[in-house]
Design a protein around this ligand. Sequence first.
Ligand SMILES: [Zn+2]
Length: 697
Amino acid sequence: MKRLVIAEKPSVAQSIAKVLDCTGRQDGYLESDDYLVSWCVGHLVELAEPESYDGKYEIWKREDLPIIPENYQYQVASATKKQFRILKDLMHRSDVDAVVNACDAGREGELIFRLVYEEAGCNKKMMRLWISSMEDEAIRSGFEHLESGEKYDSLYEAALCRERADWLVGINATRLYTTVYGQILNVGRVMTPTLALVVQRDKDIKAFTPEDIFTLILRTEAGDLVSKKFKDREEAKALLEKCMLSGKVTITKAEKKEKQEKAPALFDLTTLQREANKKYGFTAQQTLDYTQSLYEKKLVTYPRTDSRYLTDDMEASLPLFLENAEKVSGCKPTEETNFRYVINSRKVTDHHAIIPTVTAGKADIASLPSGEQAILRLIAVRLLEAVSAPCVYAEAVLEGECAGEVFTAKGKAVVDPGWKDVAKVLEKKKTGSDDSGLVLSAEFDTGEEISFGQAGVKAGKTTPPKAYTEDTLLSAMENAGSDEIPDEAERKGLGTPATRASIIEKLVRIGFIERKGDKKTKYLMPTRKGEALIGIVPESIQSASMTAEWERKLLEIEREQYQADQFLGEITEYIQNLIEENRDISESQNRMQSMYEPVGICPCCGKSVIEKSKGFFCESNECKFALWKENRFFESMSKKITRSVAEQLLSKKKAKLKGCKSAKTGKTYDCFVTMEVNDSGYPQFGLEFDKKRHVER
Ligand SMILES: [Zn+2]
C-alpha cells in the first residue's frame, strides 16, 4: 500500500518527493513504490458565492440582507479544477491507505488540505507532517514522526470559523454599504479597522497645530544644563535674566550608573517585516515573499511565525546555526555568548523564530536575488546579535538649581558595545555615536556650585505625529486593541503575522490607501474614498477591539477552550444587528457624498459637484448634471476626464489637455477643451488651439 502526501504547492512537493525518493513523474503527481506526492495550488476549494445559495443574490439588494447560510457550501476554484480532480482520484485509489497533510504547518495550511479532503469525500487515514524547516533532514525527521491528523481537528475548526466569519462580514457589510452609497465599498473584518488606523492618524496630523516652545540653556564645564519647556518666550527670557545675575548653578543631584542594553530578540515575521521596511524600504508583502522564497530554498526556517524564541531541544545545535549565520553574513558574535537569551520553549507555540538553516552556510548567496540576499543577511545578523553580550554604557544624570528653577543634563557613554558591534563590518557605522560623554568627564558633589559662562533661550516647535510607514502600521496593527485584551493572550491585534501584509496590499489595491514618499521611506496615506468609508461605517466595524476579541476566540477554539458554534452564533448576531441598524438610512440622504471634497460648483444649479468612480456628478438629486470620466468626445483624443480637467471645466469652462492623440491619424497635440451647458443641463464640448503654437506650425 502507498501513502499519498499532499503539499501546499508544487515547489514544496518537489522538495518532499526528493527526500522520499519519489521520482516517478506522472501528470500532477510523483510516484514511487511507497509514496504518491502531489500538491494543492493555493485554496483549491473555497466558500461558494452567495448566488450559489439562491440565484436572486446575483443582484445586490439591501432587502435581501443579511445573507447567512444555514449549511455552508463549498466550490472547487475554477482555475484549479484539474488539480483537484487529480487529488480526488489519487485519494480514491485502491492502493492508497493513508493521506499525509504536508501543507504549511499553520491554520491556513490546515484549511487548504482539509477542504480538499472533505470535498473529495475521502475517509482514509489522515496524518500530519508538522515541520519548521524545509531542509532534507527536517523533512526526513518529520516523516519519521508523523502525527495523527485528528490531533489538529481544533486547528481546522478555528480555520473554518475564521473563513466563515470573514465571509459573513465581507459579503454582508460590503453589499450593505455598496447598495446604500451606490459604489463598490469593500468592507472587511480586519481590513476596515486597519484603514481606520490610517485615517485617524491622518486626521491627527491635519488637526495638529505646532506650538512654540522655549528652553533655557546654561553652558557649564559639565555640559549643557537645560530647563523645562516654556510656552511663553517672555517667561523664559525673565528667567534668563535672573540666572545671568546669579551666574552659578548649585548641584542638587549627581548620579552615574552603569547600565546594560540587551540585544533585541530573534525575528518573528512581523518584527522582520518592520526591520526590513525601516532598513530597506521593503513592503510587508515583499519581505514575506522574499522570506517565503528563502524558506522554499531551504535557507531559512518557517516564516509565518509569531514566536521570537527557539525551543529547548535546539540548544545543542545552536553552535552549528551560529557558524552558518557567520558564513552567511560575514559577521561574528561577541566573544562571550549566552544561549539562554534565545532559548525558551514556553514562548514557542507552533513555530520557533526565523533563523538561517544549516544549509544556508553552504549556499551561494551571491546568486540569490538582491532582496532575498538582504533578508537572509538580516536574519543571520539578528541571530548573531541575539546571543551576544549586552551593550554596556555609563549613564550620568546631573541636576542643578539656579534662580529657583531646576536644570538637568544627561550623558551617555558606551563602555562595551557588545552586540551593537556585531553588524559593524556591514554598516561601517561608528559605534558609540550616541555618546554624549560631556557630563561623564568630571565628578561633582551635591551642594557644589559651578559657574556658567554662556546662557541663552532656545526656540523650538512641537512636532506633529508622523504618518504611518509600513513599519509603524505593522506595529500599530500588532498592538491595536491590546488595552482590551488580557495580557496572557499571546496573539493580539489586527490579523495574524501571516495575513498583515496582504491586508495592507489589498487596501492599496482597492484604492483606500496609497503609498506616498520617496523610494526609501513610503508613507501610507488614506485616499478620499478611504476617508469617506471610515466616515460612514459604524464604530464596531472600524474598531480594533472587536476584531482583536474575535482573534482571541479563534485562538481559544484552536485550544479547545471555546465552541465554534458559539463563535459563529455571535458573528451572525452581529451581522443581523448591523443590517437592522442601517435599515432606515435612505439612499438619498447620502452622507458619503458630503465627505468627498467637491470638485467644483455645478453650472446648472450651483450646488457642489462630487467625484464618484464613473464620473463627476452634481450632489443634488434633482439636478442631472454629470461629467462622465469616459466620454466619447475625450476618447476621440485618447483622453479621459480626470479630476483636474473637471476642476478646470467647472471653474473656467475650459481645460488644457496635453499629449492628445488623434485616433484617426495617430498624431499628438495639445489643445483646450471648452464646455457649454445647454438648457437641459447637458455639457457640450468644443476644441480650441493655442494661437501662437498654431501660427508657428
Ligand atoms: Zn446641479
